[in-house]
Write a protein that binds this ligand. Structure first.
Ligand code: ZN
Length: 148
């Protein structure tokens, strides 16, 4: 096994057994649900924005180790970021897991290990579910603000 493979196993195992930020926010400014029918993963993302800054972010979900670990690590990364920074991280992660040519951005930290799922199309959906759902939640919030 390569170092990246070993790190991948370790990180996924750790976060799937002890997911971080796995709870419901009582008063989220925006939230969204996501479903990956190919694997049966469900995730719900809660965001609490203070202006443009993500003050708190959490998730609830039921799914495989990869979807849980990805959601757990994503919430840790997005907390404290601005909406624009969050969108860049989301784009960077989606590119990382889908594009062979993508170079892992250092801003993703340990999430770089998810580049290993590129070879497995079903796993790509597991890994990206939380990120796509967070993106949907962020966009919904944007829509609400623009109508005020
Ligand atoms: Zn899955």
């Amino acid at each position: 096994m390569s170092d990246l493979d070993e790190l991948y196993q370790e990180v996924i195992f750790d976060h799937s057994k002890k997911p971080r930020n796995c709870r419901k926010l009582e008063h989220p400014t925006c939230d969204a649900g996501g479903h990956n029918p190919l694997c049966g993963d469900h995730v719900h993302i809660y965001l609490d924005l203070d202006g443009e800054t993500i003050k708190d972010v959490s998730f609830e979900g039921k799914g495989c180790a990869i979807s849980t670990a990805s959601a757990s690590m994503m919430t840790g990364l997005l907390k404290g970021k601005t909406r624009d920074e969050a969108q860049k991280l989301i784009d960077g992660f989606i590119a990382l897991v889908t594009d062979e040519k993508a170079t892992a951005g250092d801003e993703l930290g340990k999430l770089k290990v998810f580049s290993g799922v590129r070879k497995f199309p079903v796993r790509v959906k597991c890994a990206s579910l939380a990120w796509r759902t967070a993106e949907a939640a962020l966009k919904r919030e944007a829509k609400e603000i623009s109508t005020e």
